[in-house]
Design a binder for this molecule. Sequence first.
Ligand SMILES: Cc1ncc(C[n+]2csc(CCOP(=O)(O)OP(=O)(O)O)c2C)c(N)n1
Ligand code: SF4
Length: 253
Amino acid sequence: MAEPVMEVVARPPESMEDVPLHYCPGCTHGIIHRLVAEVIDELGIREKTIGVASVGCSVLNYNYFKTDFQQAAHGRAPAVATGIKRVHPDKIVFTYQGDGDLASIGTAEIVHAAMRGEKITVIFVNNAVYGMTSGQMAPTTLVGQKTTTSPRGRSVEGQGYPIRMSEMLATLQTPAYIARVAVTDPGKVHRAKLAIRKAFRTQLEGKAFSLVEIISTCPVNWGMTPNEAIAWANQNMLAYYPLGEIKVPPEVS
Ligand SMILES: Cc1ncc(C[n+]2csc(CCOP(=O)(O)OP(=O)(O)O)c2C)c(N)n1
Ligand code: SF4
């Protein structure tokens, strides 16, 4: 009897290694890796792309992308990417940063790289907590959200309001493209990819700084199942962090 033929219906993008990811079940970092790798494939830029890994759960993403990669100290990815891009202006340079990394430890670096108009692309993963270190409160944690360091919920009196980094950076003169997307249902994943593509194209066209904030889930530290985490993000995070393009250069379509 003939062996049944197994049809391959899905494989990793060319720019991703075919290896298991270390992320928790239901974590959305894996979806975002895939979207970035698909965009790199479709733009045909793998050989000239250099990623900068930050510190957080995505610290090992240099094991997953087939592009060149450099590790940066916590929060310093935009500064490291600045150096790489200035030395190699012909390369496509992107950072991949969590919200603890970008909005807290690296606040200075991201603000000044954006204001200098560095021609880099930033992938900013906002899951409202410090994931890797067990779910402490981040600058992006929602009011009332319980974390390991805000067990009664974040309070405005105690910790202030969460920072909307994309809106804040969009007030600066120089950034070319800033958008907020989510990966919490298939339609949103599709739109997230379009935004990531636009951000990379902004850089390819020689325009200034581009950033895509991606609303994500951390089911383990939120104390939820993956499905509960998706529903919580859709209901609560999107109410405070509205999706859409916040700054677009007229020429980039
Ligand atoms: C200067 C510095 N401060 C703190 C730490 C500890 N630390 C490592 S990962 C991390 C949290 C990262 O959270 P986030 O950037 O939100 O990424 P996630 O893990 O949620 O993807 C912290 C605080 C460190 N390594 N270096
Ligand atoms: S701790 Fe959170 S962000 Fe980190 S891998 Fe697990 S689910 Fe993802």
